[in-house]
Design a protein around this ligand. Sequence first.
Ligand code: ATP
Ligand code: MG
Length: 651
Amino acid sequence: MNVHTMTAPADERYEPPRPFAEQANVSDPGIYEEFEDEWPDCWERAAALLDWHREHDRVLDDANAPFYEWFPGGELNAAYNCVDRHIEAGRKTQAALKWEGKRRETRTYTYQDLYGEVNEAAAALRDLGVEEGDVVTIYLPMIPELPITMLACARIGAPHSAVFAGFSADALATRMESADSEYLITCDGYYRRGNAFNQKSKADNALMALDREVTTVVVDRLGPDLDHGLDAGQYDYGELLFAHAGATVDPVPREAGDMLFLMYTSGTTGEPKGITHSTGGYLSYAAWTSRAVLDLEPEDTYWCSADIGWITGHSYTVYGPLALGTTTLLYEGTPDYPDRSRLWEIVERNAVDVFYTAPTAIRAFMKWGEEYPDGHDLSSLRLLGTVGEPINPRAWNWYREHIGGGDCPVVDTWWQTETGGMMVTTLPGVSSMKPGSAGPPLPGIGARVVGEDGSPVDPGETGYLVVDRPWPGMFRSLYGDDERYRDEYWEPFSEGDDWVYFSGDGAKVDEDGYITVLGRVDDVINVSGHRLGTMEIESAIVDIEGVAEAAVVGGDHERDGTAVHAYVSTDHSHEPSEALRERIVASVEEAIGPFARPEAVVFTPELPKTRSGKIMRRLLENIANQEPLGDTSTLRNPEVVGEIEATDDEL
Ligand code: ATP
Ligand code: MG
């Protein structure tokens, strides 16, 4: 690629590699039309991927829209679908879960092992008083007990609420309070870069802040490395399992619409919201998209590097892959500890077939250099995916080439906590790929880009990303707040009985119907009346050779009111320089226009991120507004970034 190519040429596209297409689960382009013709009955195919205790009466009941009922009358159990039925199908010795611990420990659970432990944990929870419908909060790092206790909850019909382990005591307490949760599963601690880190003391602080009695289960992750005491109402997980050794619990049949779990959004934009997901619609959709987009087969070893504390890990480490009977891998730790080859070593050792990660991780890999992946045999990989933010073409191409060896399709999947599963992406065995564009809506999905008035925008124009039809994976509501659900997500674009879901994201669409997501509409900088999307500017910057990551925010400007400030980090082989600064400014001018020209380009070794890896623009905005313009060398007050790292637990 030319050094000065800022964005991908409009015609850059790749066809699905033939060997991939020939074996793909979905390879017939007719699927789009079939889904249109049959909608909503097309979703029978998703439901058919599951075993139902009772068949549904109808596919969709929209009488009470926008509170939709998918598969009404149907009854099922998620744990049964993710575990028991694979054993009944004769695959009890197949690996279900493979775990790579932070200290290079590994553990493998066959489906039979998983069945045993999920049942024992379910029996133990029930003995502690957990009843169908009780919300169990799970505050665990990436250890096997996290998916196991999720499935144990699902088995007895208790919705789980997983809270990312890196969150603070306050954040945990707020979420438990908001979810009316009286049960907590946590651990003594975990290793952070080799050091024992006390998780239980955080949990104890959260419990002190709550008025209600909470029953707590503590997993012993650290053994003798950390001694933890148990207070009244606190139980050791290992002892509970021992006391219930060999116990089994019948999976509780749940109505399709019953809550499988709730999940608080990552909170990049304000107050966390408790997104509630159904059992039947959600699980059908997680399974369907895992099959159609991730191309998963039971024989595959599949790895999604996201933390299970986020929706990506729920849908695409736990529920989707296990519903299909795949081997799913989880790893504890960070990609650069003990060294920067960690992920590639794991891929090689486990012969991973399908790998799913985030653009922010890919840009970190690029920054470190290709020597790390190049030193490993990654030829087992068949398909790559990304999720979480837009991926710029340079990173997309790097991923395809250096991780995928040039012959794996790459799926760029747009979706949200609220959508439960993927919504906009290419089908890897069917559609051509265009780097930088997620792709068309999935079959049956009514994703559209519309203007203020709700009518579709012309190709090339910017608009709002909406979904004009319900889909099985959709959230049911916000926990305890139907009004906010309706007001925030449905009011903006609905008219009369035409309910339209508003995603909060801005996007563009091209002549082929491919959607490029531009980021949240509230991440907009207004420079002398021009509304500039931050992601579009960032995309122009990160496509420059030498740039690893970029974030732009609005800073005060005497004349224009607001000016663009760019925070930029360079990759391993480039130093910040005046020449690079000039290229950045020129690149933005060329890609967007002179009015978008960054007033300040600030080089910084790292960008402040939320725990889920999203850039904290708000914080940079604060920094921007204290920073004198024209400081182009380093981030003036790096201690602010230090503080961010120390307090991002609060997010
Ligand atoms: P909150 O809603 O609390 O502010 P969040 O939106 O970051 O947090 P998620 O549901 O995890 O929480 O993220 C969904 C958002 O991530 C999308 O709305 C979109 O902005 C972004 N996103 C996800 N996948 C993609 C993608 N493939 N391309 C572009 N953006 C994406
Ligand atoms: Mg969101």
